[in-house]
Structure formats: structure tokens, C-alpha cells
Write a protein that binds this ligand. Structure first.
Ligand code: HEC
Length: 471
């Protein structure tokens, strides 16, 4: 185990021996490439409301323009002049009939009776679900509301949720269209799986192994798009590529645990491979993930895919068959991306502790560009934070101040964040192991690293350029 926690550190120290002037040139290009993708890909972004401003009738005093100006909400905030566009940009990707949100918010009739509740949850910051703290990291497609949007919903609720005039409505731009073309390979769980949570629970974490039967050269993933089969139960998806020969026996063993169901129960990871091989994931509202031109994730030809689906049966227990469309680069891309784990496998959370901490700090001997992050803990987690510190200055990279295991995400930066040589990368996790914070109402007990429901993790993945050796 200890070996794993030093992986990123050892890898970077090794790289530090080389000359990286040529790489810097590459990196300059990457920054541009990523920018290009951002432009095509702005999804569910509060800035979209700004875009609306530029293209729409500025003379209309009652339109969405006002939402961006704290001092300038319309005299009367109505559903049509303000609230509808806010809901369509930020809420209806989940809150539509059949979506993961427990009720639809797509019409005045649906939304108005819930105005006060919406006002409460948006002020409390629990909806829309967007765990990262705002002042830390510039991420793509943030799902948080602007203060003025929160004020608009409050004002609307406080004044009796008036409908207003449908002619005042200005549609937010359509963010969800993707033009990736035909997939090069489709990961298909291959079966209609009916979520089957344990007695008294609503969540089921289930893993499936899919062997693409590949041979020949490695492929490189430049984009992927997830198609949940049953959007009302699929809460999130994560997928990995693991080595077939190395893991075939373990996968068979897991499949055999319950021969009556395809796949196997898996809670905090995939139970095949502790931390390596993660490729990406999906949460409701995520559009296609597309990396920059000439960038891609390596998919070794000897891979087996593992898909973890988190099903939430709050709405129903109907079957699901989720697929993921993969799109490959033509040949090897100039920039090969990979996810590198930084775990504290020595974590120890004593029974009863309400502020136990775990984490580690590693020296960075070269400049690295970080394209994205994926922080991960289990159910005792309270907060998790990644920082880069150098010369006494801490740069916040991601901060989840109120960890919620049910709302995890992979956060991609708008532009890669450069961590400069001589920095320390710091990961800090905080846990609450008091009786009030136990998953199944059981007694607190001493907890260490592991994949089980009652184990914990303190882990962050960094999306950076692939390092030139295996680990
Ligand atoms: C990513 C999906 C998603 C988005 C986006 C989203 N919600 Fe939700 N919402 C949910 C889910 C799922 C629940 C059920 C509770 C939970 O799992 O947190 C919920 C619950 C709620 C509730 C009930 C909360 C309670 O305590 O009873 C309200 C009200 C709500 N959402 C309003 C909104 C509003 C308003 C927006 C946009 C500003 C929004 N939601 C955006 C998924 C979403």
C-alpha cells in the first residue's frame, strides 16, 4: 500500500532529472488547445446568461440582462422575465420528468408551488449541487448560481411567485448539443440491470467489466459521452481501464460473488484495482467530455473496462443499461493525458473523532500543468482540499468544504494550472467519526484505508501529461 502513496512523488522526482525546455513549448500549445475546447463546450455555465445579454434585445427592461446586475433586478421578478431562464440553465438538466431530480421544474405550474423551497435550497447552497468552493480553482462548466440569481429566486418567492408575461422570456443558449460524430467504441454494460440496494438503503453501487477484445496498438481517448439508460436512477458513473491479464482472476472472483446478477457490488471504488486506471466519469448535467486538439488518454490494447454505476432509487427501481461512447484520436496525440493518484493510504480515523485529519505533502521538482482534479473520500469525510505551496504562498487548487459522498465530480480547469517546480502539493482530508455521522447507524469504530463501505479514503487524482514509464 505504502508504495502507491509515493507514486506521484517518485514519478515526478524521476522526471526532474530531465531537460524540460521542449516540454515547455508543448505546454504552451496545450494551453491554446484547451482554450479552443472551452469555447465549444460551455455547458450549464452561469456565464451563458452573459452571452444571452450580448445577443438579445438590450432595450427590453424586463429581460435576463438584469439578472447579472446586482442593483438591477426587474421591478417585478416574474417566472418569465427572470426565473425561467435561471432554472433552465441550472436546474432542469436534472429536474425534468424522468430526471434524477425528484420533481420537474420545467413549467410555471411545476415550479411556482416550490418557489419557497427553491429559495431556501439555493440560499443554503445545496442546489444546484456544486461542491467546490467558489474562490478556489477556475473550473469548466461550474454549476453554482451567481449571488444575483439567488436573490432573484428569493425575490420571486417572497412576492408570491408571479408568472409574468411569456413574451419577456429570453432563452438561455442550448448548451447540451455535441457533435462528436459516430463513436469509435461503445462501452455497454450489456444488460438491463435493476438497481438492488441493501435493505433500508436507497443507494446501490454496482460495477460491470467490459472486455473490448482489442489487440494491436494502444488507442487514445479524445472525447467521451455517457448515455445513462435510466436517467431517473443513475446518479453517477466512473470508468476505468485495467490490465486484462493482471486482473482477470480477480474480476472472475467478483462476478462469482452473486452469480444471479451481472457485475458485482462495489462501493467506494471498483474493488479490482485500488487507485490506478481511472479514465473519467459522469454526473447528471454533464455533457460530453472533450479534451483539446491533439490530446488524449491512453487506452492500452490489453484493457478491460470497468464501469461503476451509482444508482439512487429515490424515484424508482427500474432497470438501467448505461453506455459510454468513446472517440479516439487519429494515432498518438502530441499530449498524452493521464490521471495520477495521490492517496494517503496510511490514514487513520479513530472512533469518536470529530475532526480527524489525513493527508500528505509531496515536493514537485519540475513544472507540471494540471488539467483537472478528482478528490475522493467515503462517508465520514467532512472536507477535502488540494493546495500547491511555494515560497510561503498557498495556491488553492480545489476545496470541497462540505464533502457529500453522493455528489462527487471530476473537475476540469478552464485552463491548465501550472504547479511550479519547487512547490509542495498538499492534500488534506478531514473526517467526522462521531456517532451522529455513521453510514448505517452503527457504532463508530477505528477506520483505515480501504474500498469497503466502512473504510475510508483520502485521495486526489491529478490529470496531467502521461509520465514516460509505468508505475
Ligand atoms: C445535478 C442534478 C441537479 C441539479 C442541477 C439540481 N438539482 Fe435539485 N435535486 C437533485 C436531486 C437528486 C435531489 C434530491 C435530493 C438529493 O439527492 O440531494 C434534488 C432536490 C431538490 C430540492 C428538494 C430539496 C429538499 O430538501 O427537499 C429542491 C427544492 C431542488 N432540488 C431545487 C433545485 C433548484 C432550484 C435547482 C437549480 C437552481 C436544482 N435543484 C438543481 C438534483 C439536482
Amino acid at each position: 500500500m505504502r508504495k502507491v502513496s509515493l507514486v506521484l512523488c517518485a514519478a515526478l522526482l524521476f522526471l526532474g532529472c530531465g531537460d524540460d525546455s521542449e516540454k515547455n513549448q508543448d505546454r504552451a500549445n496545450n494551453v491554446n488547445n484547451v482554450n479552443n475546447v472551452n469555447n465549444q463546450n460551455n455547458v450549464n455555465n452561469v456565464n451563458n446568461v452573459n452571452n444571452v445579454n450580448n445577443t438579445n434585445n438590450v432595450n427590453n427592461t424586463n429581460n435576463v440582462n438584469n439578472v447579472n446586475n446586482v442593483n438591477n433586478l426587474p421591478d417585478e421578478v416574474t417566472y418569465h422575465n427572470t426565473v425561467r431562464a435561471i432554472l433552465e440553465s441550472n436546474c432542469t438538466s436534472c429536474h425534468y420528468t424522468g430526471g434524477i431530480g425528484p420533481f420537474p421544474l420545467t413549467t410555471y405550474e411545476e415550479a411556482s408551488p416550490l418557489a419557497s423551497l427553491m429559495s431556501m435550497v439555493t440560499q443554503a447552497g445545496t442546489m444546484p449541487p456544486w461542491p467546490p468552493q467558489e474562490d478556489c480553482g477556475e473550473f469548466k462548466d461550474p454549476r453554482n448560481l451567481e449571488p444575483i440569481e439567488i436573490m432573484a429566486i428569493k425575490e420571486w418567492a417572497d412576492t408570491g411567485a408571479p408568472e409574468g408575461d411569456p413574451n419577456d422570456y429570453v432563452a438561455p443558449p442550448d448548451e447540451q448539443t455535441t457533435n462528436l460524430g459516430a463513436a469509435d467504441y461503445v462501452i455497454d454494460i450489456g444488460t438491463e440491470y435493476t438497481p438492488n440496494p441493501a435493505q433500508g438503503r436507497i443507494d446501490d453501487y454496482h460495477c460491470f467489466a467490459i472486455d473490448p477484445g482489442w489487440s494491436g496498438a494502444d488507442r487514445f481517448l479524445k472525447a467521451y459521452e455517457t448515455h445513462p439508460g435510466n436517467i431517473s436512477v443513475v446518479h453517477h458513473m466512473l470508468f476505468w481501464a485495467v490490465d486484462k491479464d493482471e486482473h482477470a482472476a480477480r474480476i472472475q472472483q467478483l462476478e462469482n460473488e452473486d452469480p444471479s446478477t451481472p457485475g458485482w457490488d462495489c462501493f467506494g471504488g471498483n474493488r479490482v484495482e485500488d487507485v490506478q486506471g481511472l479514465l473519467g466519469g459522469w454526473v447528471p448535467g454533464t455533457a460530453a467530455i472533450e479534451y483539446g486538439a491533439d490530446q488524449g488518454f491512453r487506452l492500452p490494447s490489453n484493457s478491460v473496462f470497468i464501469v461503476q454505476l451509482h444508482y439512487n432509487t429515490l424515484n424508482n427501481e427500474n432497470p438501467d443499461r448505461t453506455t459510454v461512447d468513446l472517440h479516439f484520436t487519429d494515432g498518438e496525440p502530441a499530449t498524452k493525458l493521464a490521471m495520477y493518484p495521490m492517496p494517503d493510504t496510511d490514514l487513520y480515523v479513530p472512533a469518536g473523532a470529530d475532526n480527524a485529519t489525513a493527508g500528505l505533502s509531496i515536493p514537485i521538482p519540475i513544472n507540471i500543468d494540471v488539467y483537472g482534479l478528482f478528490p475522493h473520500m467515503h462517508q465520514l469525510g467532512k472536507s477535502i482540499k488540494v493546495e500547491a505551496s511555494r515560497g510561503g504562498t498557498d495556491t488553492c487548487m480545489v476545496n470541497i468544504p462540505n464533502w457529500d459522498f453522493n455528489w462527487q465530480g471530476i473537475y476540469l480547469y478552464d485552463e491548465p494550472m501550472t504547479v511550479r517546480s519547487g512547490s509542495q502539493l498538499k492534500l488534506e482530508c478531514v473526517y467526522d467519526n462521531t456517532p451522529g455521522n455513521q453510514a448505517n447507524g452503527q457504532q463508530p469504530r477505528d477506520v483505515t484505508w480501504g474500498e469497503g463501505t466502512f473504510d475510508e479514503m483520502c485521495l486526489n487524482y491529478f490529470i496531467i501529461e502521461e509520465l514516460p514509464f509505468d508505475f
